[in-house]
Ligand binder design. Structure first.
Ligand SMILES: Cc1cc2nc3c(=O)[nH]c(=O)nc-3n(C[C@H](O)[C@H](O)[C@H](O)COP(=O)(O)O)c2cc1C
Length: 342
Protein backbone atom coordinates (compact mmCIF):
# COMPACT_ATOMS: atom_id res chain seq x y z
CA UNK A 1 0.00 0.00 0.00
CA UNK A 2 1.24 3.44 -0.94
CA UNK A 3 1.92 5.71 2.02
CA UNK A 4 1.01 9.31 1.46
CA UNK A 5 3.89 10.94 3.28
CA UNK A 6 2.23 10.58 6.67
CA UNK A 7 4.59 11.42 9.52
CA UNK A 8 2.68 9.54 12.23
CA UNK A 9 4.55 6.47 13.49
CA UNK A 10 3.80 3.73 15.93
CA UNK A 11 4.18 5.03 19.49
CA UNK A 12 2.73 4.26 22.90
CA UNK A 13 0.00 6.32 24.53
CA UNK A 14 -0.38 7.23 28.19
CA UNK A 15 -3.75 7.45 29.93
CA UNK A 16 -3.09 8.63 33.48
CA UNK A 17 -0.50 6.23 34.84
CA UNK A 18 -1.38 3.53 32.30
CA UNK A 19 1.02 3.13 29.39
CA UNK A 20 -0.62 1.61 26.32
CA UNK A 21 1.70 -0.16 23.89
CA UNK A 22 0.17 1.55 20.85
CA UNK A 23 -2.52 4.16 20.09
CA UNK A 24 -5.29 1.80 18.89
CA UNK A 25 -8.43 1.32 20.97
CA UNK A 26 -11.48 -0.87 20.42
CA UNK A 27 -14.69 1.19 20.69
CA UNK A 28 -17.33 0.27 23.26
CA UNK A 29 -20.28 -1.27 21.41
CA UNK A 30 -23.42 -2.53 23.15
CA UNK A 31 -24.28 -6.05 22.02
CA UNK A 32 -20.84 -6.50 20.42
CA UNK A 33 -17.84 -5.85 22.68
CA UNK A 34 -18.42 -8.65 25.15
CA UNK A 35 -15.54 -10.69 26.55
CA UNK A 36 -15.14 -13.06 23.54
CA UNK A 37 -15.10 -10.15 21.09
CA UNK A 38 -12.64 -8.17 23.22
CA UNK A 39 -10.30 -11.15 23.49
CA UNK A 40 -10.35 -11.59 19.72
CA UNK A 41 -9.52 -7.92 19.16
CA UNK A 42 -6.79 -8.00 21.78
CA UNK A 43 -5.26 -10.83 19.79
CA UNK A 44 -5.13 -8.48 16.80
CA UNK A 45 -2.96 -6.02 18.70
CA UNK A 46 -5.38 -3.40 20.09
CA UNK A 47 -3.72 -1.66 23.03
CA UNK A 48 -6.97 -1.09 24.91
CA UNK A 49 -10.35 -2.78 24.56
CA UNK A 50 -13.63 -1.36 25.89
CA UNK A 51 -16.65 -3.13 27.33
CA UNK A 52 -20.23 -2.59 26.29
CA UNK A 53 -21.81 0.24 28.25
CA UNK A 54 -22.94 -0.93 31.69
CA UNK A 55 -25.83 0.70 33.53
CA UNK A 56 -24.88 2.42 36.81
CA UNK A 57 -28.42 1.90 38.05
CA UNK A 58 -28.25 -1.74 37.04
CA UNK A 59 -25.09 -2.19 39.12
CA UNK A 60 -26.74 -0.37 42.01
CA UNK A 61 -29.66 -2.80 41.90
CA UNK A 62 -27.34 -5.80 41.53
CA UNK A 63 -28.93 -6.53 38.17
CA UNK A 64 -27.66 -9.91 36.99
CA UNK A 65 -27.12 -8.88 33.36
CA UNK A 66 -25.19 -5.72 34.36
CA UNK A 67 -22.95 -7.73 36.71
CA UNK A 68 -22.33 -10.38 34.03
CA UNK A 69 -21.05 -7.65 31.72
CA UNK A 70 -18.18 -7.05 34.14
CA UNK A 71 -16.80 -10.50 33.45
CA UNK A 72 -13.16 -10.15 32.44
CA UNK A 73 -10.06 -12.25 31.75
CA UNK A 74 -6.36 -11.49 32.35
CA UNK A 75 -5.65 -11.97 28.62
CA UNK A 76 -7.70 -8.91 27.66
CA UNK A 77 -5.94 -6.49 29.98
CA UNK A 78 -5.71 -3.57 30.03
CA UNK A 79 -9.47 -3.20 29.68
CA UNK A 80 -11.75 -0.19 29.96
CA UNK A 81 -15.24 -0.58 31.39
CA UNK A 82 -17.76 1.98 30.30
CA UNK A 83 -20.56 3.07 32.64
CA UNK A 84 -23.64 5.14 31.90
CA UNK A 85 -26.08 7.01 34.08
CA UNK A 86 -27.05 10.54 35.03
CA UNK A 87 -26.80 10.57 38.81
CA UNK A 88 -23.40 11.40 40.31
CA UNK A 89 -23.85 9.13 43.34
CA UNK A 90 -24.91 6.13 41.26
CA UNK A 91 -22.05 6.72 38.81
CA UNK A 92 -19.53 6.96 41.69
CA UNK A 93 -20.89 3.69 43.09
CA UNK A 94 -20.65 2.06 39.66
CA UNK A 95 -17.07 3.30 39.22
CA UNK A 96 -16.06 1.75 42.54
CA UNK A 97 -17.63 -1.57 41.53
CA UNK A 98 -16.03 -1.75 38.09
CA UNK A 99 -12.66 -0.80 39.57
CA UNK A 100 -13.02 -3.62 42.09
CA UNK A 101 -13.93 -6.02 39.24
CA UNK A 102 -10.64 -5.22 37.53
CA UNK A 103 -11.24 -2.28 35.18
CA UNK A 104 -7.92 -0.67 34.28
CA UNK A 105 -9.77 2.37 32.93
CA UNK A 106 -13.25 3.64 33.75
CA UNK A 107 -15.01 5.38 30.88
CA UNK A 108 -18.05 7.62 31.28
CA UNK A 109 -20.59 7.42 28.45
CA UNK A 110 -21.64 10.88 27.25
CA UNK A 111 -22.22 9.86 23.66
CA UNK A 112 -25.05 7.35 23.56
CA UNK A 113 -27.96 8.84 21.62
CA UNK A 114 -30.42 5.97 22.06
CA UNK A 115 -33.81 7.39 23.07
CA UNK A 116 -34.22 5.23 26.20
CA UNK A 117 -30.84 6.43 27.57
CA UNK A 118 -31.25 10.09 26.60
CA UNK A 119 -34.76 10.21 28.11
CA UNK A 120 -33.20 9.38 31.46
CA UNK A 121 -30.68 12.21 31.19
CA UNK A 122 -27.72 9.89 30.50
CA UNK A 123 -25.42 9.43 27.48
CA UNK A 124 -25.33 12.42 25.17
CA UNK A 125 -28.10 14.13 27.20
CA UNK A 126 -25.39 15.01 29.74
CA UNK A 127 -23.72 17.17 27.10
CA UNK A 128 -26.85 19.33 27.15
CA UNK A 129 -26.58 19.65 30.94
CA UNK A 130 -22.97 20.77 31.50
CA UNK A 131 -23.38 21.32 35.26
CA UNK A 132 -24.76 17.82 35.69
CA UNK A 133 -22.02 16.48 33.43
CA UNK A 134 -19.45 18.18 35.65
CA UNK A 135 -20.97 16.64 38.79
CA UNK A 136 -20.94 13.18 37.21
CA UNK A 137 -17.28 13.52 36.17
CA UNK A 138 -16.27 14.85 39.59
CA UNK A 139 -18.10 12.02 41.35
CA UNK A 140 -16.50 9.30 39.22
CA UNK A 141 -13.08 10.93 39.55
CA UNK A 142 -13.48 10.98 43.33
CA UNK A 143 -14.54 7.33 43.50
CA UNK A 144 -11.40 5.72 42.07
CA UNK A 145 -7.70 6.21 41.60
CA UNK A 146 -7.81 4.33 38.26
CA UNK A 147 -7.63 6.38 35.05
CA UNK A 148 -11.02 7.91 34.21
CA UNK A 149 -11.99 8.85 30.66
CA UNK A 150 -15.12 10.20 28.99
CA UNK A 151 -16.50 9.49 25.52
CA UNK A 152 -18.42 12.35 23.92
CA UNK A 153 -20.05 13.29 20.61
CA UNK A 154 -19.99 16.64 18.83
CA UNK A 155 -23.06 17.45 20.92
CA UNK A 156 -26.42 18.49 19.52
CA UNK A 157 -25.03 21.02 17.02
CA UNK A 158 -22.56 20.12 14.29
CA UNK A 159 -20.19 23.00 15.15
CA UNK A 160 -18.72 20.96 18.02
CA UNK A 161 -18.66 23.87 20.48
CA UNK A 162 -20.29 21.72 23.11
CA UNK A 163 -17.67 19.01 22.64
CA UNK A 164 -14.98 21.58 23.36
CA UNK A 165 -16.76 22.77 26.50
CA UNK A 166 -17.29 19.28 27.91
CA UNK A 167 -13.77 18.17 26.98
CA UNK A 168 -12.22 21.14 28.79
CA UNK A 169 -14.44 20.41 31.76
CA UNK A 170 -13.24 16.80 31.78
CA UNK A 171 -9.64 17.96 31.90
CA UNK A 172 -10.42 20.43 34.70
CA UNK A 173 -12.12 17.66 36.69
CA UNK A 174 -8.94 15.58 36.55
CA UNK A 175 -9.99 13.06 33.91
CA UNK A 176 -7.17 11.35 32.05
CA UNK A 177 -8.37 11.28 28.42
CA UNK A 178 -11.32 12.25 26.24
CA UNK A 179 -12.65 10.27 23.27
CA UNK A 180 -14.44 12.29 20.60
CA UNK A 181 -16.92 10.70 18.18
CA UNK A 182 -17.67 13.76 16.06
CA UNK A 183 -21.25 13.15 15.04
CA UNK A 184 -24.21 15.00 16.52
CA UNK A 185 -26.80 13.28 18.69
CA UNK A 186 -29.28 13.53 15.81
CA UNK A 187 -26.93 11.87 13.36
CA UNK A 188 -26.77 8.58 15.19
CA UNK A 189 -24.23 6.70 13.07
CA UNK A 190 -25.18 8.18 9.71
CA UNK A 191 -23.36 10.78 7.65
CA UNK A 192 -19.65 11.43 7.95
CA UNK A 193 -17.81 11.91 11.24
CA UNK A 194 -16.44 15.47 11.20
CA UNK A 195 -12.78 14.98 12.13
CA UNK A 196 -12.26 18.75 12.39
CA UNK A 197 -14.08 18.59 15.75
CA UNK A 198 -11.48 16.06 16.96
CA UNK A 199 -8.74 18.47 15.83
CA UNK A 200 -10.28 21.39 17.74
CA UNK A 201 -10.57 19.37 20.94
CA UNK A 202 -7.05 17.94 20.55
CA UNK A 203 -5.61 21.43 20.14
CA UNK A 204 -7.39 22.67 23.25
CA UNK A 205 -6.44 19.90 25.69
CA UNK A 206 -3.21 18.76 27.29
CA UNK A 207 -4.61 15.31 28.22
CA UNK A 208 -4.77 12.73 25.40
CA UNK A 209 -7.63 12.94 22.95
CA UNK A 210 -8.72 9.74 21.22
CA UNK A 211 -10.41 10.24 17.87
CA UNK A 212 -13.24 8.00 16.71
CA UNK A 213 -15.46 7.64 13.68
CA UNK A 214 -15.15 6.20 10.19
CA UNK A 215 -11.83 4.39 10.51
CA UNK A 216 -12.42 1.66 7.94
CA UNK A 217 -9.15 1.14 6.09
CA UNK A 218 -5.63 0.35 7.38
CA UNK A 219 -4.44 3.89 6.53
CA UNK A 220 -7.30 5.66 8.31
CA UNK A 221 -6.02 5.56 11.90
CA UNK A 222 -2.71 7.13 10.89
CA UNK A 223 -4.56 9.63 8.72
CA UNK A 224 -6.85 10.63 11.59
CA UNK A 225 -3.94 11.06 14.01
CA UNK A 226 -1.92 13.02 11.51
CA UNK A 227 -4.74 15.30 10.37
CA UNK A 228 -6.25 16.01 13.81
CA UNK A 229 -3.32 15.75 16.21
CA UNK A 230 -5.18 13.22 18.36
CA UNK A 231 -3.06 10.84 20.45
CA UNK A 232 -5.04 7.69 19.76
CA UNK A 233 -7.56 6.20 17.37
CA UNK A 234 -10.65 4.22 18.34
CA UNK A 235 -12.15 1.71 15.92
CA UNK A 236 -15.71 0.40 16.09
CA UNK A 237 -17.82 -1.05 13.29
CA UNK A 238 -14.93 -1.81 10.97
CA UNK A 239 -13.84 -4.52 13.42
CA UNK A 240 -17.04 -6.54 12.95
CA UNK A 241 -15.96 -9.41 10.79
CA UNK A 242 -12.65 -7.69 10.06
CA UNK A 243 -10.74 -7.75 13.34
CA UNK A 244 -7.58 -7.56 11.19
CA UNK A 245 -8.27 -3.83 10.84
CA UNK A 246 -6.23 -3.54 14.05
CA UNK A 247 -3.18 -5.51 12.89
CA UNK A 248 -3.39 -3.85 9.47
CA UNK A 249 -3.57 -0.36 11.01
CA UNK A 250 -0.58 -1.24 13.19
CA UNK A 251 1.31 -2.44 10.12
CA UNK A 252 0.55 0.84 8.42
CA UNK A 253 1.74 2.84 11.43
CA UNK A 254 4.95 0.78 11.47
CA UNK A 255 5.50 1.55 7.79
CA UNK A 256 4.87 -2.05 6.77
CA UNK A 257 2.47 -3.29 4.12
CA UNK A 258 -0.81 -4.28 5.79
CA UNK A 259 -1.38 -8.02 5.40
CA UNK A 260 -4.65 -9.49 4.15
CA UNK A 261 -5.70 -12.58 6.12
CA UNK A 262 -5.54 -15.89 4.26
CA UNK A 263 -8.88 -17.74 4.03
CA UNK A 264 -7.57 -20.40 6.44
CA UNK A 265 -6.79 -17.69 9.01
CA UNK A 266 -10.36 -16.43 8.69
CA UNK A 267 -11.70 -19.96 9.03
CA UNK A 268 -9.64 -20.66 12.17
CA UNK A 269 -10.50 -17.31 13.72
CA UNK A 270 -14.23 -17.88 13.17
CA UNK A 271 -14.00 -21.27 14.91
CA UNK A 272 -11.90 -19.91 17.78
CA UNK A 273 -14.37 -17.07 18.25
CA UNK A 274 -17.31 -19.51 18.20
CA UNK A 275 -15.56 -21.65 20.85
CA UNK A 276 -14.92 -18.62 23.05
CA UNK A 277 -18.57 -17.57 22.75
CA UNK A 278 -19.69 -21.08 23.75
CA UNK A 279 -17.29 -21.11 26.70
CA UNK A 280 -18.56 -17.73 27.82
CA UNK A 281 -22.32 -18.05 27.26
CA UNK A 282 -22.92 -21.79 27.11
CA UNK A 283 -23.67 -23.54 23.82
CA UNK A 284 -27.38 -22.67 23.43
CA UNK A 285 -27.06 -18.94 24.02
CA UNK A 286 -23.79 -18.78 22.05
CA UNK A 287 -25.40 -20.41 18.99
CA UNK A 288 -28.20 -17.84 19.04
CA UNK A 289 -25.61 -15.04 18.97
CA UNK A 290 -23.34 -16.75 16.45
CA UNK A 291 -26.16 -17.07 13.90
CA UNK A 292 -25.59 -13.40 13.14
CA UNK A 293 -22.03 -12.84 14.36
CA UNK A 294 -20.44 -15.48 12.13
CA UNK A 295 -22.00 -13.87 9.08
CA UNK A 296 -19.96 -10.71 9.72
CA UNK A 297 -16.79 -12.57 8.79
CA UNK A 298 -17.89 -13.57 5.29
CA UNK A 299 -19.22 -10.21 4.14
CA UNK A 300 -17.99 -9.60 0.61
CA UNK A 301 -16.71 -13.16 0.13
CA UNK A 302 -18.06 -15.55 -2.53
CA UNK A 303 -21.24 -17.42 -1.62
CA UNK A 304 -21.70 -15.35 1.53
CA UNK A 305 -25.47 -15.58 1.19
CA UNK A 306 -25.44 -19.36 1.20
CA UNK A 307 -23.34 -19.33 4.38
CA UNK A 308 -25.63 -16.76 5.99
CA UNK A 309 -28.69 -18.88 5.23
CA UNK A 310 -27.16 -22.07 6.58
CA UNK A 311 -25.73 -20.57 9.77
CA UNK A 312 -29.14 -19.25 10.91
CA UNK A 313 -30.11 -22.81 11.82
CA UNK A 314 -27.22 -23.81 14.07
CA UNK A 315 -28.05 -25.37 17.44
CA UNK A 316 -24.62 -26.72 18.39
CA UNK A 317 -21.02 -25.65 18.20
CA UNK A 318 -20.25 -28.74 16.14
CA UNK A 319 -22.77 -27.65 13.51
CA UNK A 320 -21.18 -24.19 13.44
CA UNK A 321 -17.71 -25.71 12.95
CA UNK A 322 -18.97 -27.99 10.18
CA UNK A 323 -20.66 -25.16 8.31
CA UNK A 324 -17.58 -22.95 8.59
CA UNK A 325 -15.36 -25.79 7.31
CA UNK A 326 -17.77 -26.67 4.49
CA UNK A 327 -17.96 -23.05 3.43
CA UNK A 328 -14.21 -22.56 3.25
CA UNK A 329 -13.72 -25.96 1.55
CA UNK A 330 -16.26 -24.94 -1.05
CA UNK A 331 -14.70 -21.58 -1.79
CA UNK A 332 -11.24 -23.16 -1.88
CA UNK A 333 -12.57 -25.58 -4.48
CA UNK A 334 -13.61 -22.55 -6.45
CA UNK A 335 -17.31 -23.44 -6.42
CA UNK A 336 -19.32 -20.35 -7.20
CA UNK A 337 -16.20 -18.21 -7.28
CA UNK A 338 -18.01 -15.95 -9.73
CA UNK A 339 -21.08 -15.58 -7.57
CA UNK A 340 -19.74 -12.75 -5.46
CA UNK A 341 -22.21 -11.59 -2.88
CA UNK A 342 -21.70 -8.14 -1.55
C1 LIG B 1 -23.98 -1.50 17.69
C2 LIG B 1 -23.29 -0.32 18.31
C3 LIG B 1 -23.25 -0.22 19.69
C4 LIG B 1 -22.62 0.87 20.29
N1 LIG B 1 -22.56 0.93 21.66
C5 LIG B 1 -21.87 1.95 22.25
C6 LIG B 1 -21.70 1.98 23.66
O1 LIG B 1 -22.12 1.07 24.40
N2 LIG B 1 -21.02 3.03 24.20
C7 LIG B 1 -20.50 4.03 23.42
O2 LIG B 1 -19.89 4.97 23.94
N3 LIG B 1 -20.63 4.01 22.08
C8 LIG B 1 -21.28 2.98 21.49
N4 LIG B 1 -21.35 2.93 20.13
C9 LIG B 1 -20.63 3.94 19.31
C10 LIG B 1 -19.21 3.45 18.97
O3 LIG B 1 -18.43 3.32 20.13
C11 LIG B 1 -18.52 4.43 18.02
O4 LIG B 1 -18.49 5.69 18.63
C12 LIG B 1 -19.24 4.56 16.66
O5 LIG B 1 -19.59 3.30 16.14
C13 LIG B 1 -18.36 5.32 15.65
O6 LIG B 1 -17.15 4.64 15.42
P1 LIG B 1 -16.92 3.73 14.09
O7 LIG B 1 -17.18 4.61 12.90
O8 LIG B 1 -15.48 3.29 14.19
O9 LIG B 1 -17.88 2.60 14.17
C14 LIG B 1 -22.00 1.87 19.50
C15 LIG B 1 -22.05 1.75 18.11
C16 LIG B 1 -22.69 0.68 17.51
C17 LIG B 1 -22.72 0.60 16.00
Amino acid sequence: MQRTGLAIRLADMKIGNLILKNPLVLAPMAGVTDLPFRLMIKGMGAALVCSEMVSANGLFRNNRRSLEMLCSHPAEKPVSFQIFGSEPAAMAHAAAIVAEKGADVIDINMGCAVRKIVKNGAGVALMEQPEQAKRVMAAVRGATDRPVTVKIRSGFDPDGGRALLIARMAQDQGLDAVTVHPRTAGQGFSGRADWSVIARVARALSIPVIGNGDIVKPADAALMMESTGCAGAMIGRAAWGNPWIFSQSLDFLADLSPKEPEPTMRQELMKAFASDCAAHYGQTHACRILRSRLTWFVKGLPEARRFRDSITRIETLEQAFNLVDEYFDSIAAGEGALAKDF
